[in-house]
Ligand binder design. Structure first.
Ligand code: ATP
Ligand code: MG
Length: 404
């Protein structure tokens, strides 16, 4: 692609994570190309391309199963017009074409602003990215506070690259994060969903979680979970999240799939569980209480980070089935095992048990049940719920929508 562009008379550079990861000896996740050709000119060079993007126009060029993004050099500068920037300094549009130097300086971290030039096989470095790459440092270009205000997602990117690359965040880049974390509230929930996937589904979920928490960012994405973790009386919420994320990382390392439904089920379980217990203490039956708890927590969560229905529906099923594992008599186990979401829900029960939150004996019962295809004969399980519930005298007022 780079040669095709060059031969058509344009500048053509590989840029961003592709260059960074290759220099680090890692396999790039995707490749981005930067050029002085306009999107229309790119389209004319590649038949297998189409123009996309509302925020800024890009060409997507298809190569077999790969899609390579080709962007025209842009300048991050002309944000003087009111409609380009919000009161908080957030950039809404930055699709003004520019030179390669301008294109470099509007990027986020110095290590993300290296350009591989196919014309002479050089790496062009306008911002000291090579040195930072060697030192393992994430350094924002320009004034960090201004850059975070322009786009608060850069705070999440700092945490993510720190986890992914094992880099340190350079002190001046790190310093404003604590104070500015709240700006993430201005970022559309759909964009945060995309970022959450990149944070937790790329093989470094544990590192992302720790980096986000360390910088006060996790609570911006999952406020109810952060509160549950911060005020925990038992170890298991933290253990459950950590073990769930460790599982996800191990699966990705082994080339196995991870579903966003299971990931969100892990990340939001503790607030759901607490609400579930509270509603049962109010007298709701377990299943009804769980449904109501799920509704409450999701309503608040979705205002922060959207979860498309194709993931939230199976997530709710994984949770919903948790209340049915305690029924081990009669035909009910067979019926539960036939549920299309049984396997994921069982995996989730195992995770809860391994974190010490659900009864390990119950998890074992279901393991034996599946191995033998029938209820274990020696079972003396009652129809009781897996854990002793703490009865609460005072009922908690439901926050948000009424659910009774
Ligand atoms: P990876 O693909 O491994 O997650 P990446 O660095 O390639 O990492 P992308 O999101 O693919 O990240 O973005 C490609 C490049 O675009 C980045 O390297 C950076 O130069 C620039 N970029 C992306 N997002 C931003 C942002 N929010 N602010 C400034 N520059 C950005
Ligand atoms: Mg990339």
């Amino acid at each position: 692609m780079l040669y095709r562009l060059k031969d058509a008379g344009y500048q053509a550079h590989l840029v961003g994570g592709g260059v960074r990861d290759l220099l680090l000896g890692r396999e790039p996740k995707d490749f981005d190309v930067a050029t002085d050709a306009t999107p229309e000119q790119v389209k004319a060079v590649f038949r297998n391309s189409r123009l996309i993007g509302r925020r800024f126009r890009l060409a997507h060029v298809r190569f077999g199963r790969e899609i390579i993004e080709v962007a025209t050099f842009r300048s991050g500068q002309p944000v003087t017009h009111l409609d380009h920037q919000t009161d908080n300094g957030m950039i809404l549009r930055d699709n003004v074409y520019g030179t390669i130097e301008e294109d470099a300086l509007r990027r986020d971290f110095t290590v993300n602003a290296l350009y591989y030039n196919v014309r002479d096989f050089s790496v062009v470095d306008y911002a000291g990215g090579m040195q930072d790459l060697q030192a393992g440092l994430l350094r924002l270009m320009g004034d960090p506070e201004t850059r975070y205000r322009e786009d608060p997602v850069r705070m999440l990117r700092a945490a993510r690259f720190a986890a992914k690359l094992g880099f340190r965040i350079e002190p001046a880049t790190e310093a404003p994060i604590g104070e500015l974390a709240g700006l993430l509230g201005d970022v559309p929930a759909a964009r945060l969903f995309e970022e959450v996937l990149k944070l937790f589904m790329a093989g470094h979920a544990v590192g992302s979680f720790e980096s986000l928490r360390q910088h006060g960012l996790f609570g911006q994405l999952f406020p109810d979970t952060e509160q549950a973790l911060a005020t925990q009386e038992h170890e298991f919420p933290h253990t459950l999240v950590l073990k769930g994320l460790e599982n996800a990382d191990a699966r990705i390392a082994a080339g196995k799939p991870v579903t966003p439904a299971f990931l969100f089920a892990v990340l939001l379980w503790e607030p759901v569980r607490l609400r579930w217990l509270a509603l049962q203490a109010d007298g709701l039956a377990p299943y009804a209480a769980l449904q109501a708890a799920t509704g409450d927590i999701l309503e608040r969560q979705l205002a922060r980070v959207s979860i498309p229905r194709r993931f939230s529906t199976p997530m709710r099923e994984i949770w919903g089935l948790q209340s049915r594992f305690s029924h081990t008599k009669g035909k009910r186990p067979q019926r539960l095992a036939a549920h299309p979401r049984f396997r994921a829900a069982y995996d989730f029960l195992l995770l809860r048990a391994s974190a010490g939150e659900a009864d390990p004996g119950l998890a074992q019962w279901w393991t034996d049940f599946q191995d033998s295809g029938q209820a274990p004969v020696q079972s003396e399980r009652s129809e009781e719920a897996p854990r002793k519930r703490r009865r609460r005298r005072r009922r908690r007022k439901p926050k948000g929508g009424g659910t009774e």
